[in-house]
Design a protein around this ligand. Structure first.
Ligand code: THU
Length: 145
């Protein structure tokens, strides 16, 4: 995909459809034998790239990783560090926001990230990351140059 223009992210745009489809596809690959709560994420880079992620659980429960952080790891591994939006897909009845750890990880790279959560039944909720994690601890909080 080419770089993202502001109007690419208007509701109903092709870009949102691609991200929704990507998050739903990633959810199908979730490894969630313990919670049975499958999550998929599609993270839009400022260069137009899309990195997908799914939750990957583990018999040692805390070793599992969320879909959003898996998507960040994929994108950063490819050299992408600026993001514009993330779509999260679950099978829950209502759209679920990212967990606190994922909010913090996303905040490192994209304080103004648009977060869209969708369900298989078509319900949607949208936030900005700064709404979800106000007064965040960020790289500038370290006071380093
Ligand atoms: N999960 C995510 O993938 N993203 C979130 O933001 C919330 C929770 C996963 C973690 C675990 O595998 C399952 O959902 C149940 O908590």
């Amino acid at each position: 995909m080419t770089a993202t223009r502001a109007d690419d992210l208007l509701p109903g745009s092709h870009r949102w459809a691609v991200l929704r489809d990507g998050a739903a596809a990633a959810m199908e690959r979730a490894y969630a034998p313990y919670s049975h709560f499958r999550v998929g994420a599609a993270l839009l880079g400022s260069d137009g790239s899309v990195a997908q992620g799914c939750n990957v659980e583990n018999a040692c429960y805390p070793a599992g990783i969320c879909a959003e952080r898996a998507a960040v790891a994929t994108a950063v591994s490819r050299g992408v560090r600026e993001f514009q939006a993330i779509v999260i897909c679950t099978e829950a009845d209502v759209p679920t926001p990212p967990c606190g750890i994922c909010r913090q990880v996303l905040m490192e790279f994209a304080p103004e990230l648009v977060v869209l959560s969708v369900t298989r039944s078509g319900a949607e909720a949208q936030w900005t990351l700064s709404d979800l994690l106000p007064k965040a601890f960020t790289p500038t909080s370290l006071g380093r140059r």
